[in-house]
Design a protein around this ligand. Structure first.
Ligand SMILES: [Zn+2]
Length: 279
């Protein structure tokens, strides 16, 4: 455990400002206040990596894929720092128990077949977990919502295979539409119905959600909570939004070699801290 425990010094001290505003009482309950209200102070947001496909592709205008080699390099980078990749349900459980130190969330959006084929072996080799967010109405189809190359999505049985290998399956909505501004009917179909239908595919509860395009608003966050999800991943989230229904994530792409990963990690922590200081 080298870097994983490095969150003690100066940046950590800055949360003191936050606490002092709320009074001494909150200092005592600081570790678990969010269990009740689901809100997280920006500084408490865990590091969660966001991937899509893991494949060697000729054309990738939306920067959605990392090559298997690059992915292995990035997983090695985590390992060398004493960090362990985990799925988000496991991460949230660890946070509840105050054991999140050294854990990094790993997520894959959209449900590309390449996650099963290329990412899973790398995760397994290291004993890492992860979460894959699946679009319930697009099983066995392709990323037809994207402009650009078409890649296969996992079928129902492939999603079950991924789950059987220990990867958490979450919902990425029913059709991959933007949820900010969606009507109540759309939210119901995308958020609630996708949970039911993925639960039927897997025969287990679906605990997590990831907003397509990271697009969400208060109504979407409420819909996710009301549908029974325990948490949801966003991409960017404002300090007021950060919480169990909007966990921010760090995009990781093909360009992210070990030097960039190190810089991004520092920047990510720094940016979250800066956002936290804004009124
Ligand atoms: Zn997506």
């Amino acid at each position: 455990m080298s870097r994983a425990g490095g969150a003690k010094s100066a940046p950590e001290a800055s949360t003191g400002q936050h606490i002092s505003k709320a009074g001494a009482a909150s200092r005592v309950t600081r570790a678990d206040h969010w269990v009740d209200d689901g809100q997280l102070r920006p500084r408490e947001a865990p590091m969660i990596l966001m991937y899509h496909g893991v494949a060697e592709v000729a054309e990738d205008p939306n920067l959605l894929c990392v090559s298997p080699r690059r992915f292995a390099e990035q997983m090695d980078w985590l390992e060398r720092r004493g960090l362990r990749g985990v799925g988000i349900s496991a991460l949230v459980e660890a946070m509840r128990a105050g054991r999140q130190r050294g854990l990094v969330g790993i997520t894959f959006d959209d449900g590309y077949l390449s996650v099963l084929e290329a990412a899973l072996p790398q995760l397994k080799r290291r004993g890492f977990g992860a979460t894959a967010y699946i679009i319930s109405d697009r099983l066995g189809r392709t990323n037809e919502w994207d402009e650009g190359p078409s890649w296969p999505l996992m079928t129902a049985s492939q999603v079950r295979e991924l789950a059987a290998a220990g990867i958490e399956i979450g919902s990425h909505a029913a059709t991959h539409m933007r949820l900010a501004g969606a009507s109540p009917e759309q939210l119901k179909a995308e958020v609630s119905a996708s949970r039911t239908s993925l639960a039927a595919v897997l025969g287990t509860e679906i605990r997590g959600f990831a907003y397509p395009y990271g697009s969400m608003d208060a109504a979407a966050r409420r819909a996710v909570r009301d549908a029974g999800y325990e948490y949801a991943c966003a991409v960017e989230a404002s300090p007021a939004e950060i919480g169990l229904m909007a966990l921010p994530r760090m995009y990781v792409g093909q360009q992210d070699d070990v030097v960039r990963m190190t810089a991004k990690r520092l920047l990510y922590r720094g940016r979250i801290a800066l956002r936290g200081r804004r009124p």
